[in-house]
Design a protein around this ligand. Sequence first.
Ligand SMILES: Cc1cc2nc3c(=O)[nH]c(=O)nc-3n(C[C@H](O)[C@H](O)[C@H](O)COP(=O)(O)OP(=O)(O)OC[C@H]3O[C@@H](n4cnc5c(N)ncnc54)[C@H](O)[C@@H]3O)c2cc1C
Length: 456
Amino acid sequence: MQKTVVVIGAGISGLTSAYLLSKKGFNIRILEKKSEVGGSIESLTENGFLFDRGPNSALETTPVISQLVEELNLKGELLYANKAANKRYILRNNELHALPMSPPALVKTKLFSAKAKFRLLAEPFIGKSHDGYYQSLAEFVRRRLGQEFLDYAINPFVAGVYAGRPEDLSVKSAFPKLYALEEKYGGLIIGTIRSIRERKKRAEKSKQSAKMLSFKSGMIALPKAIANYFGDKLILSAEVVSVDKTADGYIVSYRHKEIDEAIVCDAVLSTVPSYVAGDLFSKFDTGFKTHCDSIYYPPVLVYFLAYNKKDIKQPLDGFGFLIPEKEKKSFLGALWSSVIFPFRADDNFATFTLFIGGSRNPDFVKEDRNKLLDRVRNEFEELMKINGKPVYSSHRFWEKAIPQYNIGYIEHERFFDEFEKQNPGLFISGNFRGGISVGDCIKNAELVAEKILNNL
Ligand SMILES: Cc1cc2nc3c(=O)[nH]c(=O)nc-3n(C[C@H](O)[C@H](O)[C@H](O)COP(=O)(O)OP(=O)(O)OC[C@H]3O[C@@H](n4cnc5c(N)ncnc54)[C@H](O)[C@@H]3O)c2cc1C
């Protein structure tokens, strides 16, 4: 008989697993609390500008993405990032420096001092470290590459990916591939060279070489297309309030338009954030909520600005810039959104997406919002040499934005693995397990779908 799986949450993790399971013949029901699908993925079109309020792009690190694009007829919508987006800037001493992408560029750049460049040469001779799960990314990078590389490359990079801080993140949990270079090959430089060779043989793609993609109507196109595939099997404005065990499966209770409803099923896949999952599953194990609640999601404010191109003196020839903590600015960095993908604005305008807060500065929430936005805009306009007012602006506040894979995160991982073993039919997924990027969520959704297939 066809098995029923209830998927809680219609973000990219839930939708992708649901789609793959449906293809394998499962009866799928998806319950989503909000009135829209996508979760962290939100695209807003206003005054002729397209503003991705969550992720602006995804890396094509898994073939599942092209499978979805193909099967959901999204080929005509798909966009790959402009070549210019390969150039990324980092701020130092109030100037934007292109991140060096080759050894000659590294020699020439003013982003790093001569001392920092010489320090990189020592990297191949530095020995391996202790267990990376309990080692911070900062400790790891400082030891292998030196303090300046940590301050002016890794610190801004981590703010761009996790809205996080290298001092807090566990190197092995948050950057498993980076740690593996040391563990497997003994060093980062030698490891990078050898792993490129090995990947070439296996025809795999690394995050560095994977193509960056989005869609004409923004990132929301993908969740929307999966939602269309499910039709009324996906219920919006349906907040799951409890999950209970029955004699031969589970019953998922939810509130839909002020009416209490329930679905009986063989398995439950939760993809809600950990701070929601904690309450839903604590009855199955008293430790569940403690683990879930200790995963930190810092707040992030996303600020979208559009200007007349003629008012901008900074050449728009890159992905955008990131700001090291040492530079003491009020925001983390800015994406040059309309340079990366077309269809973001009319030709005369340029659009930018700025990120504020994260673990670097969670206290921004206490500041007067308008004053903060004014200060950020002034700083941004000075750096970009803009002498005109924005023609459009808007912002999106994420109170709990991105889960941080901080030191000690492995304890949560181990707990969730054991929890699933002890509770057959309950599956816990979402971006707080297996990676936070859209690409990782999709990759992980495939693994979860396989796990469910093998268990039922
Ligand atoms: C501001 C921002 C920028 C980002 N930028 C990038 C980027 O550029 N590139 C990139 O790769 N990644 C980026 N990310 C990360 C990436 O977008 C997310 O990690 C990913 O989209 C998370 O997907 P998910 O399905 O795991 O979780 P979510 O998107 O959080 O989905 C969970 C869903 O569960 C629903 N839900 C919650 N409670 C209940 C309940 N009780 N009942 C039913 N449903 C419920 C929620 O409404 C939500 O729809 C960014 C994230 C943010 C916030």
